[in-house]
Design a binder for this molecule. Structure first.
Ligand SMILES: [Zn+2]
Ligand SMILES: [Zn+2]
Length: 107
């Protein structure tokens, strides 16, 4: 089993953090409010502890959540090292971590 089916969600025009602000077309959140909602969820359900969040979903030091993200196809592994992250993070990581190496190849 791989990808857990997620329901299709539709923006409603009101911020999903619960602040009742209007949002732009196609947006679930007012700017930055996705982070507010994420932090509020963590606080309300997990005592603001990411360790509790992970444990609550069956993850921890013996069951890597980042490996799961890669297995789900949501994240990727850097071709040059064991860094994992979202595709955009991989691009940034490769620029920072591996740009020096490729630059020295020219000289
Ligand atoms: Zn909001
Ligand atoms: Zn790398």
């Amino acid at each position: 089993m791989t990808t857990k089916p997620l329901p299709d969600l539709t923006p409603t025009g009101t911020c999903w953090c619960g602040c009742a602000k209007k949002t732009g077309a196609g947006s679930f959140f007012a700017p930055g409010h996705d982070k507010v909602a994420e932090a509020a969820l963590l606080a309300a359900e997990y005592g603001s502890s990411v360790a509790q969040l992970l444990h609550g979903h069956g993850y921890g030091p013996g069951h890597s959540v980042s490996a799961r993200a890669v297995a789900e196809g949501a994240w990727q592994t850097c071709p040059s090292c064991d860094y994992v992250g979202a595709p955009a993070s991989i691009v940034n990581h490769r620029k920072k971590a591996h740009a020096a190496a490729s630059a020295t190849e020219q000289g």
